[in-house]
Design a protein around this ligand. Structure first.
Ligand SMILES: Cc1cc2nc3c(=O)[nH]c(=O)nc-3n(C[C@H](O)[C@H](O)[C@H](O)COP(=O)(O)OP(=O)(O)OC[C@H]3O[C@@H](n4cnc5c(N)ncnc54)[C@H](O)[C@@H]3O)c2cc1C
Length: 319
């Protein structure tokens, strides 16, 4: 008999994030496909666990468990781990699933270690966002069983000091965006007139991100330039780098600009479904089967026209 426990942190308003619903969909499918298996939901919340449970009442879970309290408002290893352990024990879980968010990724390895030394089970699996379709179904009313967790001052030694986040107009990485927009080193190179056009490049890239609400990726060559403190695209950091030594983002579509499309870069595109590229070079890497469509054109001109068209379209929709 397997008991799958799906862990999730509801949002303050009682909704569940897309990543949580994706992990739920995977847990529901697993519970359906494995013989003799039941599903339990474990919510770690400040409040509103009931609303979160009701919103997924139709998922077929046999039990809805919740750990509730102010101690769980923000990520903290000690209290998150204590909550996960209490829920795993209360559910009698043999398999624990959670969305692969930084918060769960930080505490579950410790919880798994503690328990596996004794019994070997449960197994813990973190599901990367984007690997499953989010669960959809009817809300309803559920009976939430509250699980007590003894939190003492030792577990409260780490305290939450505050948020430090980039200004919202500098927030260029948007994991939920429909489009990945990649900028390559070509944006910083001398153009047909023999000059570089960094200010134009920065303006076009930021304007496009704004109008398309796209997520910004970069090639290694471009982010290395920025990291070396040169006066190039100041909003570009190593966090934007896509590729073998960078990230492997998941978006339905990708548009590459001024990037050659070499293998160490394109390997980071393996979860991007529809791929297009703009490059002056008809023989660039994208032309060798790595893009669905390659526009052999000047990215400065194409992006300028694209932004104008998209902005006009948005204006028309707004009216
Ligand atoms: C071990 C190892 C790991 C690596 N890991 C990564 C990684 O994780 N990610 C990564 O990106 N790279 C990685 N690289 C580097 C990779 O091999 C390439 O060097 C890098 O991707 C090249 O970046 P780029 O295409 O932006 O620059 P370039 O090769 O300089 O290409 C610039 C492109 O811009 C085009 N261009 C210029 N002006 C315009 C214009 N006006 N309009 C349209 N096109 C224009 C040019 O035609 C050219 O194709 C790695 C390399 C190694 C050896």
């Amino acid at each position: 008999m397997e008991t799958i426990l799906l862990l999730a942190h509801p949002e303050p308003d009682g909704t569940l994030s897309k990543a949580a619903r994706e992990a739920l969909a995977a847990a529901v499918a697993l519970a359906r496909d494995l013989p003799d298996t039941s599903l339990a939901i474990g919510l770690v919340a400040v409040a509103n666990a009931q609303a979160a449970a009701d919103s997924i009442a139709g998922c077929g879970a046999a039990r809805f468990l919740a750990v509730i309290g102010d101690d769980f408002a923000t990520a903290r290893y000690s209290t998150d781990a204590a909550a996960a352990e209490a829920l795993a024990r209360a559910a009698g879980a043999t398999l624990v699933l959670a969305p692969g968010t930084s918060r769960w990724a930080r505490c579950l390895p410790g919880v798994a270690q503690g328990i596996s030394q004794r019994a070997g089970r449960p197994w813990f699996i973190l599901l990367d966002p984007g690997t499953a379709e989010p669960w959809q179904g009817e809300p309803g009313h559920t009976a939430v069983e509250q699980v007590p967790v003894p939190i003492d001052d030792r577990l409260r030694r780490t305290t939450f000091a505050g948020w430090r986040a980039p200004r919202t107009d500098q927030q260029t990485i948007r994991p939920d965006a429909d489009l990945l927009f990649v900028a390559g080193a070509g944006w910083t190179k001398k153009q047909a007139d023999g000059q570089t056009h960094l200010a134009d490049a920065a303006g076009l890239i930021l304007d496009f991100l704004q109008v398309a609400q796209a997520s910004l990726g970069g090639s290694k060559s471009l982010v290395d330039l920025s990291g070396e403190g040169q006066a190039v695209l100041p909003f570009m950091t190593h966090l934007n780098q896509v590729g073998q030594t960078g990230s492997t983002p998941r978006h339905p579509k990708g548009l590459s600009t001024c990037c050659h499309g070499e293998e160490p870069h394109v390997v980071g595109w393996r979860f991007i479904n529809q791929r297009r590229a703009i490059n002056l070079d008809p023989n660039c890497g994208w032309a060798h089967g790595k893009a669905d469509v390659l526009y052999v054109a000047d990215a400065f001109t194409v992006m300028e026209q694209l932004i104008t068209l998209m902005a006009r379209e948005r204006l028309a929709v707004a009216h």
